[in-house]
Write a protein that binds this ligand. Sequence first.
Ligand SMILES: *Cc1c(COP(=O)(O)O)cnc(C)c1O
Length: 359
Amino acid sequence: MKTDSITLSPIPVRKTTQSKLATVDFNDIPFGKTFADHMFLMDYSAGSWNNPRIEPFGPIPMHPACSGIHYGQSIFEGMKAYRNPAGTPLLFRPDQNIERFNRSAERMGMPAVPPALFMQALRELVLLDRNWIPDRAGSSLYIRPLMYATDEFIGIRVADNYRLVIMGSPASIYYPKPVEVVVAQHYVRAFKGGTGFAKAAGNYGATMLPLRMARERGFDQVLWVDGVDFQAIHEIGTMNVFFVFKDKVVTPPTAEGTILLGVTRDSVIALLRDRGIPVVEEKITVNEVVSAYDSGALLEMFGTGTAATIAQIGRLGYQERDLLFDDSRWELSASLKAELADLRTGVLPDRFGWNVVLE
Ligand SMILES: *Cc1c(COP(=O)(O)O)cnc(C)c1O
């Protein structure tokens, strides 16, 4: 690939002359609305990535026929930077996000980004904006890579031109209270052979109407299930899902490509195995969850994702039923959440080798 010819020379930086840092109240940051001072940009044309650069954060001009907007060749990622107790920036498992980004790119017919170059971009951007990483417990700098097709062309074809953007957004706690989810009926997020495993823009666009309907009924999110009999559980809109039973923990399998392979999901599985708690990736139906709830065998249900980390589920709506979960039983989810937070912030030794220290 031509992209191999990119040498990792320093990325040119144009610094902002007007930092917004002093205007931000780090005690009160609504998720996804505040952006760090700089962004990374790089363009793909004629078969290679060109012109990597860091610029002041701001609007990007767009041609009205920009093909990524019309036809959905658009993918993204989400990861977080933290500070360790000494104040040094850490990235949590960025290699996993880079790999997944390139899997998403492949599924959408888009070019891969050379992992070393991607990592260099993350490193230089985060180090430049390191003062944007909040140091309050539960806070972090959310990092959003985005790639979209930029052909100025109306017509369905695989685009020749793409842009990679990486931006940072300081974040505090995503779900301040237990999450209330409703089982999808009628609408489907993903199906075998589709794009469910990719972080592709269209996957989310298709969920907006059902999401609005769920919100109108007082739920936060939709619990997506298979589209054949609406029984096999897939995941929650932005989170993978775990069920805690008396004797084991269950999370849906990813083999059919209908589920996003969450980095948090993978980390939670590793933590459970490390504790010697049986965890299985196997099919679980809504009916099984309802009957385990009724018999008392189901103790906890939680979602996992970078934005929310671990989010306990307080209510599960299914047809006419409303299953309420009692927070006094939330032991495992609470301790996993605490351990993960301490690993991500370097409070605990990094025994899994998950943190990339940026120095
Ligand atoms: C991003 C995302 C997740 C969580 O993945 P993480 O890597 O843990 O952040 C789960 N489901 C969907 C649909 C997602 O988009």
